[in-house]
Design a protein. Sequence first.
Length: 457
Amino acid sequence: MVRGQRSDPTGGTVDFGAIGQMSLISGAVPLVIGAIAVVALSALALSHRPRTRRSVAAHLARLAAGAGAGALVAAALMWLFIDVLDIVQVAVSVGSRTWIVIAWAGVGLAVASMVGARTGRRIVAAVAIVVFLSGGVVGVNADIGQYPTIASAMGASAVAPIPAQYLQAIAAASAPRPLWSSWEAPAPLPAAGIVGTVVIPATVSGFPARPAFVYLPPAALVNPPPALPVIVMMSGQPGSPQNVFEAGQIDRVFDTFASTHGGLAPIVVVPDQLGHAGVNPMCADAWAGDSETYLTVDVPRWIRAHLTVASPSSSWAIAGWSQGGTCAIQLGASHPEIFGNIIDISGEIAPSIGTIEFTVSRGFGGNKALYEAHRPLDIIAAHSSYSSEVAIFGWGAGDSRFGPGLVLLAGAATHGQMTVTSVISPGTAHDWSTVRFVMSHGIDPVLIHFGLVSPIA
């Protein structure tokens, strides 16, 4: 995957080089910002020229009061905007809230240090405010996992296409035994898979999809490759296919798996189910284009025509996070003939672009029956049995907004005879850290269904 470049409005790219690869979650950048924050805090505490012990005590008390006031303001604003007004419409983890409180405590301390200060100390305090807020942003990002590198935060988008030699489907005979017991890795075997872009034409749907991303594991890079299982995975909204790899790090998840399974791992195809980062077509043929037809007709046809994959449905899965998770259970339950496995991570209980009333009126043209036909609980209830379907429902332990809905969906899927596993990510909420945990630790039932893992551990 080509990383570290950002699209240039003039038509070229801006190359961030090694700097673009620097992590915003661990390593030098967070450490440097933390060190600068400590220096700034020390400078503010020591910049006062004491005349008496009492004046020193008064100075420190003023700084402590400022920090406390900043923390209280942050807590009050989070309560109002996140818990009461629900501006962000997702659960915010304790970790992210803590970073916000710490950052604003620093801001309050810096503002307090300006009281009665000379110009030099005011400048130090102003710089400290920027440092404290930057530290808070880095901390929240580390908790959420949205931007793992500097390049991703700068909107890196120049990613190499998948080489043409890997986009030629080979008619592979069905293995007489599952791959975990029949595959013999050839030598040499690539040490890691590759990620690149592809264009999946909307031949039938006409949906305005952006380029898709594809992960090919090491076993897909040999000649001839085995017929591998495939996961069709979707980002959240707002979002793009690139998020699944930049923030979700799915390629790393499956490279790690492949390293202990002879290069075997699922092929991961990440189509664009949105058309635009700010639009939610709800994976339906509705107000924003025929997203459902694109995902269930155009995308599967392209996969079978260009990749050496096993046949649907037991060897195919549909997965997604947030809005993509809603799509996963929605389309997986509607089309078990294509997707015999479902991975719903932090999805909603029903497609939504606002209130139910607005979703029905705007999203489905006022047709409530059409809305209900796309609501996962109704879809599952309308099917007599999903006895061959495997479903994973994952959410963060701190996701109080979407977690309860996933419990209901898991119950309905169990009642519909799906083989259901619920995975709760400790210490996370509605964020990409949850995605990484669920995909790394919670999808063994799907991998067993794929034939990549022995059912007897």
